[in-house]
Ligand binder design. Structure first.
Ligand code: UDP
Ligand code: MG
Length: 313
């Protein structure tokens, strides 16, 4: 019998943890031709999430739990889950039930048809702020135009992945993974499936602006070198501009164009403009450099504090 694994990352999800477990379990039980396992990754929750899932895991050996020593972030949690699963197909799903678990059945059917990655595309988003919807739209547009790999728009981590693909992802050594990009990058037979993104069951989003920005940086930096190349174009443009300024100042000296404090404005403008250009360029470079630094330190992406119902080796 084939096994379906489901990964659920959780950060401060005490309000939804139990309901989430129940709904996913009932969907998996309806898939009578398959065995299943659920891997919950507690991403260093500060509330009672771990207690709630520990209690469930005592009575259900199909539920395995990994708990991090602190909050390492959503992508790290999913990465840990991928390493832990043993199933023939692996489903990644959010804990807040914005991604309807009932869709897993359709995903499994498409997988049986020979698709190796079945990814869920958000046709509509419910109960999310205008800011979130717009910023997400803009981000996917920018990433789409910058990246050399085709990364589908409006696609989160909700997807079903074949064991072959999971093994490839597990073997990638890079840190700060942008998983939804990597799943496209690896290739294989991919299939989109549309769904309406629901409202959060309870609780608030665990993705404040800061975490969204990090995810966006990781996405762009790991999939595009174009910002680095942009620095070159900006540099050339500034050289042209400063040349025009040079011609202007020489002319104004020779022809005595302005007789008040000569050249004051043009000097101030050019100094501040070029200082700005340089700082932006350094900023872009340092973003890349900080990723290189992260990779070279080679620290683990996460630290596991505790495992419950561990897999048998
Ligand atoms: N999450 C996590 N670590 C974090 C932030 C979020 O494991 O640092 C989990 C969270 O518990 C949820 C999923 O990632 O299962 C998506 O988070 P959320 O629903 O808050 O994001 P949104 O849907 O608002 O983008
Ligand atoms: Mg959510």
């Amino acid at each position: 019998m084939k096994t379906i694994s489901v990964i659920i990352p959780m950060y401060n999800e005490e309000a939804v943890a139990k309901e989430c477990y129940k709904r996913i379990t009932s969907v998996l039980l309806e898939l009578t031709n398959y065995d299943y396992e659920i891997v919950i990754v507690d991403d260093g929750s500060k509330d009672k999430t771990l207690e709630v899932i520990e209690e469930i895991a005592e009575n259900d050996k199909k539920l395995r739990v990994i708990s991090f020593s602190r909050n390492f972030g959503h992508q790290a949690a999913v990465t840990a889950g991928l390493k832990e699963t043993t199933g023939d197909a692996v489903v990644i799903i959010d804990a807040d039930m914005q991604d309807p678990p009932e869709l897993i059945k359709d995903m499994v059917d498409l997988w049986e048809d020979g698709n190796e990655v079945v990814y869920a595309v958000r046709a509509k988003r419910k109960g999310e702020s205008i800011f979130k919807v717009l910023s997400a739209k803009m981000f996917y547009k920018v990433l789409y135009s910058l990246s050399d790999v085709e990364i589908p728009k409006d696609t989160g981590d909700f997807r079903l992945v074949d064991r072959k693909v999971v093994d490839v992802i597990n073997s990638l050594p890079e840190h700060n993974k942008y998983l939804r990009g990597l799943f496209s990058w690896v290739g294989f037979k991919q299939k989109p499936i549309k769904y309406v993104r629901k409202e959060r069951l309870a609780g608030k989003t665990k993705y404040p602006l800061k975490k969204m920005m990090k995810l966006a940086y990781d996405g762009i930096i790991s999939f595009s070198n174009k910002p680095l190349k942009l620095i070159g174009s900006i540099g050339l443009l500034s050289i042209v501009l400063s040349f025009i300024l040079l011609v202007y100042s020489v002319c104004s000296y020779i022809f005595n164009w302005n007789n008040l404090v000569p050249g004051w404005a043009s000097i101030m403008v050019s100094i501040s403009f070029f200082a700005g250009v340089q700082l932006v360029s350094i900023w872009i470079m340092s973003e890349y450099m900080s990723r290189i630094y992260d990779e070279s330190r080679n620290r683990p992406e996460y630290i596991i504090k505790k495992k419950i119902n561990e897999k048998e080796e």
